[in-house]
Write a protein that binds this ligand. Structure first.
Ligand SMILES: NC(=O)c1ccc[n+]([C@@H]2O[C@H](COP(=O)([O-])OP(=O)(O)OC[C@H]3O[C@@H](n4cnc5c(N)ncnc54)[C@H](O)[C@@H]3O)[C@@H](O)[C@H]2O)c1
Length: 290
């Protein structure tokens, strides 16, 4: 940590979420190592961060010169070894147990012994991910919501062996990002966010499958009737239907509750490569984003 309280933070995986976390960390004064195994993903993330920073300039949050300084704090890389000096690494790769445990084991070898190993998982057991490392006391969840520079709260699920000291450091880090940390008392599948959100997506898909109403009508009722800011199909496309399916499948398997059986429609869209905004189409079409 430098004299201004800034840290060097690593972000592994710069897709939908990682890119937003990179931007957020840089614009709040931290040095950032942004790592992905895909050069294409790094290039897309660079565009995302440039665009995101200029939106904040447009809202007078900081000047163009400051935006340049924020951007220059980011080191973009495909080499995991570049994480060697970070004080905290935030993993934001695919929502599957095995690859997450593999990168946690690799990071555990590379990171300084006192560094925190954090994960942006939105459903997976922190205790399980921590078991792939020799530092389970320094492993914790930091579940940012999308888009990370905009959403105000961050869910902090702690594992069985996460130490109180780590939780305090995580709360301080999230606060330094300008966000509100909410520490969960238990490490449950799907945490709070997705135990609330995924049933909404499941119900919406089932209502559509049963022909009760069109997706447009369901979204309209949820927004203009119930008063939510976004409809379930719009939200699914925004999150990524592959991510939604992975979360629902994990919660289904872990809880053994048939309610969470993934809707067939969701499976079919993912099999067809219709993952939402990021692929130009999901429930809806987004031709300009493909
Ligand atoms: N999409 C959301 O709205 C959302 C919200 C909250 C949390 N999350 C969680 O954030 C995580 C990332 O989700 P996402 O939507 O950003 O996924 P994504 O598919 O958009 O991005 C994942 C990135 O990880 C990279 N990657 C995969 N394996 C890697 C490896 N071994 N090393 C380095 N990079 C690797 C990929 O190239 C890709 O760029 C998941 O755990 C997800 O559950 C997602």
């Amino acid at each position: 940590m430098d004299s201004n309280g800034a840290h060097t933070v690593g972000v592994l995986g710069v897709g939908t979420m990682g890119a937003g976390i990179v931007q957020l960390a840089a614009q709040t004064g931290h040095q950032v190592v942004a790592c992905d195994l895909s050069v294409d993903a790094l290039e897309k993330a660079q565009l995302y961060v440039r665009d995101g920073l200029s939106r904040f300039v447009g809202r007078d949050a900081f000047s163009e010169k400051e935006a340049e300084e924020h951007y220059d704090r980011i080191h973009w890389t495909v080499n995991l070894e570049d994480m060697a000096g970070v004080e905290a690494a935030i993993e934001a790769i695919v929502e599957k147990v095995r690859p997450k445990k593999e990168v946690f084991a690799a990071l555990d070898e590379i990171l300084p012994s006192g560094a925190l190993l954090l994960t942006n998982t939105s459903s997976i057991s922190i205790t399980d991910l921590a078991s792939a490392t020799g530092r389970p006391d320094k492993v914790c969840g930091t579940h940012f919501f999308t888009p990370p520079p905009v959403r105000e709260a961050v869910e902090v699920p702690r594992g069985l062996l996460t130490s109180d000291e780590t939780v305090e450091k995580v709360k301080a880090l999230i606060t330094s990002f300008g966000k509100l940390p909410v520490v969960l008392k238990k490490d449950v599948p799907g945490f709070v966010g997705n135990r609330f959100l995924m049933p909404m997506l499941i119900e919406a898909a089932r209502l559509l499958e049963e022909g009760v109403a069109s997706k447009e009508e369901i979204d309209l009722l949820v927004k203009k009737g119930i008063g939510f800011p976004i409809g379930p199909f719009e939200l699914g496309d925004f999150i990524g239907l592959d991510v939604g399916l992975d979360v629902i499948s994990y919660v289904h398997e872990e809880l053994g509750d048939p309610y969470y059986a993934p809707p067939r429609l969701l499976k079919e869209l993912v099999r067809a490569g219709r993952l939402g905004r990021k692929t130009g189409g999901g429930f809806y079409e987004y031709p300009e984003e493909s």
